[in-house]
Design a protein around this ligand. Structure first.
Ligand code: SF4
Length: 355
């Protein structure tokens, strides 16, 4: 397992531009984790809006909107990033909704210091123009996440809920090639979508792209879904696919620990559009608001949370039935997510479990 982690990490390092400040932070992260044995934050996901042109069947962000509440502004995002950066983070990934629809999208990117760090965003490509790509490159962005679900245009557009989505992706791939921007294909897979996933992995390999796989989780628009979920046996099958494809990686492959496992709370956090902190964008439980508490104190609490503290070896939102029942299913009754974890009786420190 450790060897797998090293291999995927080396592939990742190969894609990183040689920027002294960035390389120093990465080296420091490995030193703190492997030598000093101190957990070190690596990546922050920022969901910055909920507006989107697509209607993806399985959108995890479908309940992010909170009518009447103010979303984080550029200065708040800058302050959160500086706190995260002091805790070791060198990487940020901007998510939505569709981030490019945010009226201050470029200002938000700049606030994350893309010349000194690795700043990227995930886009459906529909509103991403060549001018925007040029501006992003000037700011220091060198990799973007381009989301698609199938190499077959009709299937892809059906899953994305937007006719012409596939054509926009092809247009943006060409633009990125012209401007020397690396592309990652984030692929969410499920039992039903596995054939398309294998085709997408081949497509990525043939076009020199990195593929990053996520597993369908019963959250957002897929709340309560069980049929398409993977099981622990399938996790092993999936590892075979990884081994055959060095450019394929998952969220769990590039830890400072060099171990394969869920990074939530330890190496990775997610910040919702309104400043609530969760273990990752898929998890619907908030540990608190950054408008009320500093990041360091929230992360300390997260590292004590039993499901994170045991450093699971797989993706808990997709494969851990107990976690799904205890923490994802309670979101079904909520009008918006994330919901406060304090409201979940399973999170109480004296809870011995109902089973
Ligand atoms: S649960 Fe862990 S492995 Fe799964 S998506 Fe979230 S952070 Fe990644």
């Amino acid at each position: 397992m450790k060897l797998d982690g090293i291999r995927k990490t080396l592939h990742q390092v190969d894609k990183i531009r040689y920027r002294p400040a960035l390389l120093r932070k990465i080296a420091n992260g490995y030193f703190r984790t492997l030598v000093l044995r101190k957990p070190t934050l690596r990546i922050v996901e920022f969901s910055i809006n909920s507006a989107c042109q697509s209607k993806c069947e399985y959108c995890y962000a479908a309940k992010f909107r909170r009518p009447g509440e103010q979303m984080l502004d550029v200065e708040e995002v800058r302050d959160i990033w500086l706190q995260a950066s002091r805790m070791g983070a060198f990487c940020s990934l901007i998510l939505g909704g569709e981030p490019t629809l945010h009226p201050k999208f470029l200002d938000l990117v700049a606030a994350l210091e893309p010349r000194k760090n690795m700043v990227s965003f995930s886009t459906n490509c529909i509103s991403l123009t060549e001018e925007m790509v040029v501006e992003l490159k000037k700011l220091g962005v060198f990799v973007i996440y381009v989301s698609m679900n199938s190499t077959d245009a009709a299937v892809n557009d059906l899953v994305r809920g937007f006719e012409g989505h596939h054509a926009h992706v092809m247009r943006v791939l060409e633009i990125c090639k012209r401007h020397g921007i690396d592309v990652v294909l984030p692929i969410t897979t499920s039992k039903d979508l596995l054939p398309e996933t294998i085709e997408l992995v081949d497509f990525a390999r043939a076009n020199g792209l990195t593929a990053s796989m996520g597993l369908l989780s019963p959250t957002g628009r897929a709340e309560g879904e069980r049929d398409a979920l993977f099981d622990a046996d399938f996790w092993k099958t999936l590892r075979g696919l990884y081994d055959q494809n060095p450019s394929l990686r998952g969220d769990w492959d590039t830890n400072f620990t060099l171990e394969i496992g869920c990074p939530a709370g330890f190496e990775k956090i997610h910040v919702s559009p309104y400043g609530h902190v969760t273990g990752c964008a898929i998890q619907p439980m908030s540990f608190g608001s950054l408008r009320e508490r500093p990041l360091a104190s929230l992360v300390e609490e997260m590292r004590g949370f039993k499901h994170f503290a045991k450093r699971p070896k797989h993706c808990i939102v997709a494969l851990d039935k107990e976690f799904i029942e205890d923490y994802l299913d309670p979101a079904i009754g909520e009008a918006s997510t994330p919901y406060p974890i304090q409201n979940n009786p399973c999170a109480a420190s004296d809870c011995a479990g109902c089973r």
